[in-house]
Design a protein around this ligand. Structure first.
Ligand SMILES: C[S@@+](CC[C@H](N)C(=O)[O-])C[C@H]1O[C@@H](n2cnc3c(N)ncnc32)[C@H](O)[C@@H]1O
Length: 258
């Protein structure tokens, strides 16, 4: 579990609306191709940025349902979407979606499946709630694509292993095509979105990762404090001396329901 102080929350909010995460949201949005009048489920809607963008696209003739088990996230999403009457924010999980069969035209889930222990149950739920011919978009990082420069690769590996501790599945994009097909989806395609930085930009994903990994390792005492401090200091030093390098690929998986 990762908890945030107000300064970390402010930095994260900037990152979520920053260039990298906006690009990831845009590719997911384009893959979903929302149309006026559609009913769309945003599964694990978090702070509701995509929920709001989808609400604008479906217009008041349609509806967007944001679903999230976190009360804090739902509150943020509700506040963000309060001017949109055709948005409903519901409490629930991917394992038991509180909707009837075939009730939505499309569903999207951005960086949620990597927190799920089992993929098949949530995919069966998505297949159940999406109408025949509807679409699903699932976006997650393949964590094996992470390339990150360090002069201390052993300490870097330990920081990454500490971060992995908070994930249930670090290779969701490679598992999804087969699992989606078995769940009854067809026309499956995978769109890569690579984030690559030679500077930890204030609104970029690399800087967000440094903040989150440091906080997670510290809060859960996964490495000695001194190692965490030195890892963070090394990344800052690499950036100051023009030697910083970070790259990671997120995949937007798209499929249509049979
Ligand atoms: C990294 S955030 C992504 C939020 C949002 N989709 C976005 O891209 O901004 C992951 C979200 O998944 C939610 N989540 C965690 N476990 C879940 C589950 N079993 N079912 C649905 N959502 C879940 C969390 O509460 C959190 O809001």
């Amino acid at each position: 579990m990762l908890t945030f102080d107000s300064e970390t929350t402010r930095i994260l909010d900037a990152a979520y609306q920053g260039s990298d995460i906006t690009r990831r949201r845009q590719v997911s949005f384009d893959a979903l191709a929302p149309r006026p009048g559609e009913r769309i489920l945003d599964l694990g809607c978090g702070p509701g940025l995509l929920t709001q963008e989808l609400a604008r696209a479906v217009s008041s003739q349609g509806e967007v349902i944001g679903l999230d088990p976190s009360a804090d996230m739902r509150k943020t999403a509700e506040n963000r979407c309060q001017t949109e009457d055709h948005v409903r924010i519901l409490d629930g999980t991917a394992e038991a979606i509180p909707l009837g069969d075939g009730q939505v035209d499309k569903a999207v889930s951005v960086q949620v499946f990597e927190y799920l222990g089992d993929l098949d149950g949530p995919l069966a739920e998505l297949h159940r709630v999406i109408r025949p011919g509807g679409r699903v978009v699932i976006s997650d990082v393949h964590w094996d694509t992470l390339v990150w420069r360090s002069d201390d690769p052993v300490r870097m590996d330990r920081m990454i292993a500490a971060w992995d501790d908070h994930l249930a599945n670090r290779v969701v994009p490679e598992a999804l095509p087969e699992r989606l097909s078995k769940a009854g989806f067809r026309d499956i395609r995978s769109i890569p979105v690579t984030f690559s930085d030679i500077l930890p930009r204030p609104d970029g994903i690399a800087r967000m990762m440094i903040i989150l990994m440091t906080a997670y390792a510290r809060q859960n005492a996964l490495l000695p404090e001194v190692d965490i401090d030195e890892w963070q200091a090394e990344q800052e030093a690499l950036a100051r001396t023009g030697r910083f390098f970070f790259s990671m690929t997120h995949f937007v998986t798209v499929a249509d329901r049979r």
